[in-house]
Design a protein around this ligand. Structure first.
Ligand SMILES: Nc1ncnc2c1ncn2[C@@H]1O[C@H](COP(=O)(O)OP(=O)(O)O)[C@@H](O)[C@H]1O
Ligand SMILES: Cc1ncsc1CCOP(=O)(O)O
Ligand SMILES: [Mg+2]
Length: 258
């Protein structure tokens, strides 16, 4: 899938937050995809038909952005393109809760969040307060399965070991680096990369999501060995994604199917 993604270099429409825009675009370029940050209502729906996939992240919301997100999600669905939802801190305010509940009705193919975000999205109580998780991934696994079944979507929970489910199958992906949660917008950038993989396998969102997470984890682990701290990690991580070979993923990717 990594090879196919690079050969296709899919155009991915990313509606993401002000914090993440630059990092997410760089992550997609380094991995071999083509990002376009297009969020205004006037053009987001039209653009979704041109792109191979859409990703929506609610990190820095405003009413105008929500209108653009809805228009893009409608456009993607109408054009038969997969879209990925990142419900950043959706539990924090009523405004965010309503935005996410409206977006869920537009049927994302894949949902990615940290453990606190996925637990609360499935109706549970979590310890997170803002954009960072306060809960372990293991606590979110049942919630992820329930959410996947009720939404008819693939759900990914990220953290030290990631978990992915389509409600039936499950997979855990190990790797990464403890420096990853010390660099902002890496989760948002992962969501963008998940769009690139979903684009090349729209009928296999579970496999596409596992491939995206394994690419991120394996490149992240390599970068972590070289980095002195969060600043140099961010640079090393982009280099690792760029020079990353699919043979390395075969040899070093740690995926457990459950
Ligand atoms: N302690 C950790 N060790 C290894 N990888 C991690 C760790 N925490 C997060 N990651 C990785 O960082 C990336 C972003 O995940 P996460 O921090 O959960 O998202 P968010 O930024 O949305 O909270 C994922 O690829 C995840 O696997
Ligand atoms: C800090 C911050 N505030 C609003 S969005 C955002 C970025 C969150 O990025 P991530 O979820 O990838 O850590
Ligand atoms: Mg996040």
């Amino acid at each position: 899938m990594l090879k196919a993604m690079r050969e296709a270099a899919p155009l991915v429409q990313c509606i993401t937050n002000y914090v993440a825009m630059n990092m997410a675009a760089n992550v997609l370029l380094a991995a071999g995809a083509s990002p376009a940050m297009v969020h205004t209502e006037e053009e987001a729906g039209e653009f979704a038909a041109l792109a191979a996939a859409l990703t929506i992240n609610i990190g820095t919301l405003s009413p105008a952005w929500i209108a653009g997100m809805k228009s893009a999600a409608h456009g993607a669905t109408k054009a038969g393109k997969p879209w990925v939802l990142d419900p950043v801190a959706h539990f924090a305010t009523a405004f965010r809760r309503k935005a996410v509940s409206d977006l869920l009705e537009l049927h994302p193919a894949v949902i990615r969040g940290n453990a606190s975000e996925i637990i609360t999205l499935a109706g549970g109580q979590a310890s997170g307060r803002g954009v960072d998780s306060g809960d372990p991934v293991e606590r979110a696994e049942d919630a992820a399965r329930r959410l996947a079944a009720s939404q008819g979507a693939v759900v990914a929970v990220t953290g030290p070991v990631d978990f992915v489910t389509d409600g039936d199958r499950g997979a855990r992906i190990s790797g990464g680096s403890p420096l990853m949660p010390r660099v902002t917008a890496l989760g948002c950038s992962l969501t963008a990369l998940m769009g690139a993989f979903a684009a090349i396998a729209p009928d296999h969102p579970f496999e596409a999501t596992v491939a995206a997470l394994a690419t991120f984890a394996t490149a992240g682990e390599a970068a972590g060995h070289e980095a002195d701290g969060p600043g140099s990690f961010a640079v090393r991580f982009l280099d690792a994604l760029h020079s990353f070979h699919s043979d390395t993923l075969e040899a070093e990717g740690r995926i457990t199917l459950i």
